[in-house]
Design a protein around this ligand. Structure first.
Ligand code: GP9
Ligand code: MN
Length: 631
C-alpha cells in the first residue's frame, strides 16, 4: 500500500468529530425529550448528516482554501451551538431570528450571561482545536486533492444522507416542515443547523409580506367587517357575568358526536351530558382549525380572526399586532393566565402568549410530572387540574384563565387503571381507544368542577368548555361509519363531524340548548359581551352568539361552510338538515344551470372573508389600526 493512500480526508474527520460533539450536546446538554427508539435514532444521525453536508463542500476548494474552510466551519458551527446552549440555559428554548432581535431577550441574556457560562464549556471546542491542529501540523497526512468522481460522490452522499434524514423525520412526524409546531421537534428531527436555515427562510417570507403592506388595505376590510360580521347589537345576557372570573377549558380533540352518546350501551361523557342541563350548550358549534390544531383554536378564540390555510399562525405570525382577548381583559382589570402541562415553546406559545398580553403561562415547569402521573403526551388531565388549583386560588381577581387538557390526544393512550369504559371494537385502534380517553377527560372535568366548588372559586366564575378540533380523522372513516351506524361517511357527514362541544356555564343560571350554527370565531365577541365589554371598536369576524343579528354562516378554513340552511363542501351543496345533495357549485362549469345557485353567493362571501382575515395577518395590518380611537 502506498503512503499516498493512507492520507485522511480532513472533511470526514471533521464531520465525525463535529457530529459526535453535536450529538453529545443534543443528548446531554439540551433537555430534549425522546419518546421512542426512532426519535433516539434520528437524533443520533442528524448531527452527522448536517456536519457531512457542510464539510463535504470543502472538497470543491483548492488545498489552502479547503483547510481554511474546514477550520472556520468547525469554529463557526461550534459558536452557533454554543450561543444556542447559552440561550437555552436561560430560556429553555432555541434561538429564533425574531427572538434574537427582540431587545428584551438580548438584555435579559446580557445581564445573566456570567451565570450561564460554565468552565467545562471549553470542552465544546476540543474538536475545533483538533481539526485546527491536524490541518496545520499534519498537512502531509491530510488528503486535499480529490478526483472529480470523488467530489461528485461526496456531494451525492451528503444529499442522500439529508434526504434519508428528512424521510425518517417525516415518518416520525408527518408534515414536520409544513406544520411547524415545535422548535424542539425541529431540532430533534433535522438538527440545529437545518432548523436555523428553516427559521431564516420562514422569517424572510413573513418579513417580505409585511414590508409590502402599508395599511391602505384597512379601510375596505374595516367596512366589510363592520357591515357583515361585527355586530353592535346587545343581547339580554350582555353584562350578565360582569366582573366574574372566566375559566376557559380547551378540551383536547373533543368532538360533539361523543356528547349524549353511548358506546356498548354506556354513556361516554356522563358529566358533560348532565352539565348541558345547567349551561348554554351549543349543539351546532364547529371548530375552524387547520394545520395549527390546538393553537389555531386558541387563535380563533382570542382574536376572532381565522387561522392560516397553511402552517400555524402562532408560529409564522406570533409577533404581529393583535387586539386579543387577554389584552382587552387586561385593560378591564383582569389577570390573565394559561395552564398547560407541555413545554412552553410548543406551538410557539411562549412567544405568542407574551405578545397577546397574557400575564402568566403555567407550563410544564409548573407541574410535578412523574412516570406514574403521565401518559401519552404528558401529565394526565386529573393531576393536571389537581395541581393547578393551588395556583388558581392565588391569582389576583378577577382572572381570565385558560386550561388546555392533553390526555384525549392522538393516539389516545390510557393505562388500564384509569379506564372506566371499555374499548370500542372496530378495525381502528385509534377510535377504539378514543372513548376511553374522552371518558377520562370527562371525569377530570367533573373533578375540576368539584375542586372549584370546594375552593370557593366556582361562585364568582363562569366556566367555558370547548372542544379544540376533531380527534378522529378521515383515515378512520370505516370504523366511524360502523360506530355511527351509517353505510359510509359522506362529505356531508365529514362536515358534521367537525362539530365540537361548546358550553357556557354560568353558576345560578339555567341555560339552554342552542341549535343555531356557531363556531370558534364567535367565542371572543360572545364572552366579551357576557362580561359587559363593549366590542364596537373591535374588528372581529365572529358575532355574539346570543344576538339575532348574526351573519348566518360558519366558514371552515378550506372554504367549506355551514349556513342556517346549507352545507357546502368540495363543490357540493347539501341541505343542512337532511343532508340531501342539492347540486354542484363548481366555478369551472360555465353553465349556470349546472350550478347550485343557493350555495354560490355564500361561497363567494366566505372566500372574501377568509382572504380579508389572511390579509390582516400576512400584512400585519393591525399595526396601522388604532383600536382605541377608530369608529
Ligand atoms: C400540545 C397540545 C396538543 O401542547 O396542545 O396540540 P395539538 O396536536 O392538538 O395541536
Ligand atoms: Mn389539540
Amino acid at each position: 500500500m502506498s503512503v499516498k493512500q493512507l492520507k485522511i480526508p480532513l472533511f470526514t474527520l471533521a464531520s465525525l468529530l463535529f457530529g459526535l460533539k453535536t450529538y453529545i450536546v443534543y443528548r446531554f446538554l439540551f433537555n430534549i425529550s425522546l419518546d421512542n427508539i426512532m426519535q433516539e435514532f434520528i437524533l443520533f444521525i442528524n448531527p452527522f448528516v448536517s456536519a457531512f453536508l457542510v464539510f463535504a463542500l470543502s472538497v470543491w476548494f483548492k488545498e489552502r482554501r479547503q483547510l481554511k474552510f474546514i477550520r472556520y466551519t468547525a469554529l463557526i458551527g461550534t459558536l452557533i451551538i454554543y450561543f444556542n446552549l447559552l440561550f437555552y440555559r436561560n430560556f429553555t428554548d432555541f434561538i429564533t431570528i425574531p427572538v434574537l432581535f427582540q431587545g428584551s431577550n438580548a438584555a435579559d441574556l446580557g445581564s445573566s450571561i456570567f451565570g450561564l457560562l460554565h468552565i467545562t464549556d471549553i470542552l465544546l471546542f476540543i474538536d475545533v482545536a483538533v481539526i485546527w491542529y491536524v490541518g496545520i501540523k499534519f498537512k502531509s497526512v491530510v488528503k486535499v486533492d480529490y478526483t472529480r468522481r470523488n467530489k461528485v460522490m461526496a456531494l451525492s452522499l451528503s444529499i442522500a444522507f439529508l434526504i434519508g434524514n428528512y424521510v425518517l423525520a417525516e415518518i416520525e412526524r408527518p408534515q414536520l416542515l409544513q406544520r411547524t409546531f415545535d422548535r424542539e421537534y425541529l431540532v430533534k428531527n433535522i438538527g440545529l443547523f437545518n432548523y436555523h436555515l428553516y427559521d431564516i427562510a420562514l422569517h424572510s417570507k413573513t418579513k417580505a409580506q409585511r414590508v409590502f403592506a402599508d395599511g391602505n388595505e384597512m379601510p375596505e376590510i374595516k367596512q366589510y367587517v363592520k357591515e357583515n360580521t361585527t355586530s353592535d347589537q346587545k343581547s339580554e345576557l350582555y353584562g350578565i357575568a360582569k366582573g366574574k372570573n372566566v375559566i376557559f377549558v380547551s378540551l383536547e380533540s373533543f368532538q360533539t358526536f361523543l356528547i349524549n352518546n353511548t358506546m356498548n350501551g354506556e354513556e361516554v361523557t356522563p358529566f358533560l351530558n348532565d352539565l348541558i342541563n345547567e349551561s348554554y350548550y351549543f349543539e351546532n358549534f364547529y371548530h375552524q382549525t387547520e394545520q395549527g390544531k390546538t393553537s389555531d383554536s386558541e387563535f380563533l378564540v382570542e382574536n376572532s380572526l381565522y387561522p392560516l390555510p397553511r402552517g400555524a399562525v402562532f408560529f409564522t405570525h406570533g409577533q404581529n399586532e393583535y387586539n386579543a382577548m387577554p389584552e382587552i381583559l387586561g385593560e378591564q382589570g383582569y389577570y390573565t393566565s394559561v395552564f398547560h402541562a407541555n413545554n412552553k415553546s410548543f406551538w410557539n406559545r411562549d412567544v405568542m402568549y407574551n405578545n397577546i398580553g397574557y400575564d402568566k403561562f403555567f407550563d410544564v415547569e409548573s407541574y410535578e410530572v412523574t412516570e406514574e402521573n403521565s401518559i401519552g403526551w404528558g401529565l394526565k388531565d386529573k393531576p393536571f387540574f389537581e395541581q393547578s388549583i393551588k395556583y388558581l386560588q392565588n391569582l389576583p381577581k378577577p382572572f381570565y384563565s385558560k386550561f388546555i387538557t392533553l390526555t384525549n390526544h392522538y393516539p389516545f393512550e390510557l393505562s388500564e387503571e384509569d379506564a372506566t369504559i371499555e374499548k370500542y371494537n372496530s378495525n381502528s385502534r385509534t377510535l377504539n381507544q378514543f372513548f376511553q380517553t374522552a371518558r377520562y377527560t370527562d371525569e377530570a372535568v367533573e373533578q375540576f368542577f368539584n375542586q372549584l366548588k370546594e375552593s370557593g372559586i366556582y361562585e364568582d366564575s363562569i366556566i367555558v368548555l370547548m372542544g379544540d378540533h376533531y380527534g378522529i380523522s378521515d383515515f378512520h372513516d370505516k370504523a366511524m361509519s360502523m360506530y355511527l351506524d351509517k353505510e359510509e361517511i359522506t362529505d356531508y357527514d365529514h362536515i358534521q363531524l367537525q362539530r365540537t362541544p361548546f358550553f357556557i356555564h354560568i353558576p345560578g343560571e339555567d341555560g339552554k340548548v342552542i341549535s343555531k350554527i356557531a363556531g370558534q370565531i364567535d367565542v371572543k365577541p360572545t364572552l366579551l359581551h357576557l362580561l359587559g365589554v363593549d366590542t364596537s371598536k373591535d374588528l372581529s369576524f365572529g358575532t355574539d352568539l346570543f344576538t339575532d343579528d348574526r351573519k348566518g354562516y360558519i366558514a371552515l378554513r378550506d372554504g367549506s361552510f355551514i349556513s342556517d340552511k346549507y352545507i357546502y363542501t368540495k363543490d357540493q351543496c347539501f341541505n343542512r338538515e337532511t343532508g340531501e345533495l342539492l347540486g354542484v357549485t363548481d366555478d369551472s362549469l360555465d353553465d349556470e344551470e349546472d350550478q347550485s345557485t343557493v350555495c354560490k353567493p355564500i361561497k363567494d362571501k366566505v372566500q372574501k372573508e377568509l382572504s380579508y382575515s389572511d390579509q390582516i395577518i400576512y400584512g400585519d395590518l393591525f399595526r396601522f389600526y388604532d383600536f382605541g380611537t377608530e369608529e
